[in-house]
Design a protein around this ligand. Sequence first.
Ligand SMILES: C[S@@+](CC[C@H](N)C(=O)[O-])C[C@H]1O[C@@H](n2cnc3c(N)ncnc32)[C@H](O)[C@@H]1O
Length: 345
Amino acid sequence: MNPQASALDKFLDQHPKEENEDDVLIFRAVPGDHLRRLGGRSVFCLQTFKPESDALARLGAKIATETHTPCDLAIVFATKHKEETLYHMAQAVSLLNEGGRLVVTAANDLGAPSLEKRCAELIGGIQSFSKHKCRVFWGKKESARLDRALMASWLRAGELQPIQGTELLSRPGIFSWNRIDPGSRLLAECLPDDLAGCGADLGAGYGYLSRMLLSRSAAIDGLHLFEAEHKALEAARRNLAAFASATSLHFHWYDVTAGLPVDRLDFVIMNPPFHTGREAEPGLGRAFIRAALVSLKPGGRLYFVANRHLPYEKLVRTFASREKTLAESGGYKVMEVRKQGGDER
Ligand SMILES: C[S@@+](CC[C@H](N)C(=O)[O-])C[C@H]1O[C@@H](n2cnc3c(N)ncnc32)[C@H](O)[C@@H]1O
């Protein structure tokens, strides 16, 4: 059970529906009993992470990746990116009708006390309680005490912006949003320049690996980017725009653990995720490796980077005729894997 959702349940039990509180927006919504407790109101869930969005869809929730619809009650689930949570709080307040309530649920280890302080600076008149190692804090939108300059600065800080020292755009809420991940950088250094045909980048983020690949391999005529975080995929679209005339680019908002909807790929590149939330989960990386190897054509090549201690070799060997460690540095390893079959030279 998500502790932020459990803490929110307590709030909803203690603070019933207010008069004229009809339209509810939930930022970074997750499944949970709060959806039932909000009954009698029109609830709209915002979620940009595909597996969560799919889970909400299975419950019949109304979902979108963004909205400009006004609301009477706005609920924000904090995320591990502080700037993203501030952005969602600012967005929530900008969409609230006068007198509407903002409610934020934040785990203590996501910086709940500091978020509460920031929220008080934004709207004033905050109340709160602690439950399940989370804080829930809330207040009303009252224009007279709203700090509009602060709201505008949080909105700006959550939008697409250049990553310092690069030509890439990114934003809070995306993996390693404000710096190139060292593991991805190591993989980029190891990518060969003879990749050709049609391939995929799994968990493509804001498109760093794809961009490095396309800038060095002119013989690539198709590339599929699969990414679960919609904000990242939209950034990747912008970051790869310059290559779209020479290469057929396909952007999939997609949960890779479901397997890929493409096959007979010539190559796959990836820096697979190995966390869900804060928990390490090597099974996620294994699902990515399996999806990649299933979708390669015989003899196709997979290049990936992983933390050195993660045990992927056994899985790789069930599909591969050849595997090689190309680099080991800074706690990462880069592997090249050739799928069984095809030209074995
Ligand atoms: C380690 S990051 C690598 C990102 C990017 N390739 C880079 O090098 O900066 C892994 C990426 O996988 C994405 N991801 C996590 N779970 C996913 C899933 N089930 N399906 C697709 N992508 C997922 C994350 O949003 C993240 O962008």
